[in-house]
Design a protein around this ligand. Structure first.
Ligand SMILES: [Zn+2]
Length: 90
């Protein structure tokens, strides 16, 4: 899997400290508003390996009615204001 938009020197959100209180569920993500853990969770949801998608087969910009399987080998990250991963597309 090729991932475009990586931050080799670290993204801004990585500098936001975790404010969870260990062992205290009420004061830990997701019950607490911990940006670090939230952004980390988003980051961990980014696929690291190639994956397959089913999509309509297109011919001359029109769907043929067939469903084909395509292997996705490259994605591009979409970053938020703290360079957090808010999505990715392929
Ligand atoms: Zn946290």
């Amino acid at each position: 899997m090729k991932i475009n938009g990586l931050k080799p020197d670290g993204a801004l959100w990585e500098n936001i400290k975790c404010c969870c209180i260990k062992g205290d569920v009420e004061h830990s993500y997701p019950l607490s508003e911990c940006k670090h853990c939230k952004y980390n969770e988003c980051w961990l949801s980014v696929p690291q390996d190639d994956f397959k998608v089913k999509e309509p087969e297109m011919k001359d910009d029109k769907p043929t009615g067939n469903i084909i399987t395509r292997t996705v080998k490259e994605i591009t990250l979409v970053r938020g204001s703290h360079e957090d991963v808010i999505g990715w597309n392929f």
